[in-house]
Design a protein around this ligand. Sequence first.
Ligand code: EPU
Length: 422
Amino acid sequence: MDIFRIEGPVRLSGSVNINGSKNASLPIMAATILAAGKSTLSSVPYLSDISVCGQLLSQLGCKISRSSNGDLCIDSTVIDNPVGEYEIVCRMRASICILGPLLARCGRAEVSMPGGCAIGDRPIDIHVRGLQELGAKIHLKNGYIIAEAPNGLKGKEIFLGGAFGSTVLGTANVLMAATLAKGKTIIESAACEPEIADLANCLNKMGAKITGIGSPRLTVKGVKELQPAEYKVIPDRIEAGTFMVAAAITAGELHLHNCRLDDMMAVVDKLRNTGITIDATSDGCVVTRKGPIKTGDITTQPYPGFPTDLQAQLMALLSLADGNSIIIEKIFPDRFMHVAELNRMAANLRKESAAVIIAGVKKLIAAPVMASDLRASAALVLAGMAAEGTTIVNRVYHIDRGYEKIEERLNPVGAKITRESD
Ligand code: EPU
């Protein structure tokens, strides 16, 4: 297992290109199931989660390849095994987003029930309820969700909200299934995340008829079939936010290219309030910190609110703020595995149910720490670049799931990170 050895403190300065979005790519890859033929996706990042999704699609019968320019080609002419095996699904929860498209294309799908993970229970009851509303018969057998709709799905008005608001992949599943359902589907309380809008735009390019894209009410007029498409995935707003915090926590200046500020207004607003300067450019922004870090109050919420996927990174930043801050987690109330690790680096964080009270400290001090999930490990890398001494981050495979060669992108702008096999 690889580790990161991070020397700090450093000041970052220079330019970084933001890659295509992982969380947009995964459901869009699943959407190719809906259309027999060869789809070509560009801006799909080279990440372990993307490889796992590729393996999953291959198991179904798809043929996956990367062309010389990096485009991801998915040939879904043949889908002869509509089964998402446990061995793959347990490695990546997002595998669940094949359920809807498989059911719509094949009339049957068997997908291993995803378990919990480091960020919480993560149920899929709303996915199941939404597909049942479209007429699917669903039961659980030997840990697998068996979904059947031999005579096709039927459009309906569906309320898809849950106790924590909308669901991103639940919306993706029901939306994809609805594109091939008979008649009109209305999804109320749909997730508004840019990744869902990107999926809907891709589906429309494939011939779907979706309106209300980006709003909580999606209307889908079912069509008989979809065609394969060429599609470019949007930039990764979570990666962009992580690099913004990298500039901020190191009192540096980073020019981010291929970054859509419009998708990140809540993040930009919070960072500006903590004393970070963010100036828009033609293809992104320049992020600079000159003065002290000001305190902040952050509550994670569904889009357009502050994203849970940047909660850990902001916690690392606010650990060094000039006073007390609070972060409340309203999406995944247990997503706080990074708290104890940041405290090992001399942060002063106190967890109170789904909130963390942050007493700002003057400096962080290097320590060996353990990455527990993707975004928590990003927070530890950020803290390591600001901390005095040599931080060792263990289990960096978590970070490789969502950030492409992060050390090779941070080192040219001033970081001192080495990857070692322990
Ligand atoms: N929920 C239910 N029932 C369901 C589905 C969700 O109660 O059937 C709850 C969840 O437990 C949670 C809330 O609804 O409290 C929202 O979860 P959501 O379904 O939106 O999460 P997801 O679709 O499984 C995606 C991202 C996550 C991101 C969340 C929230 C992908 C591949 N994953 O997960 O990304 O945190 O939305 O924005 O898009 C990450 O990239 O590190 C990551 C975890």
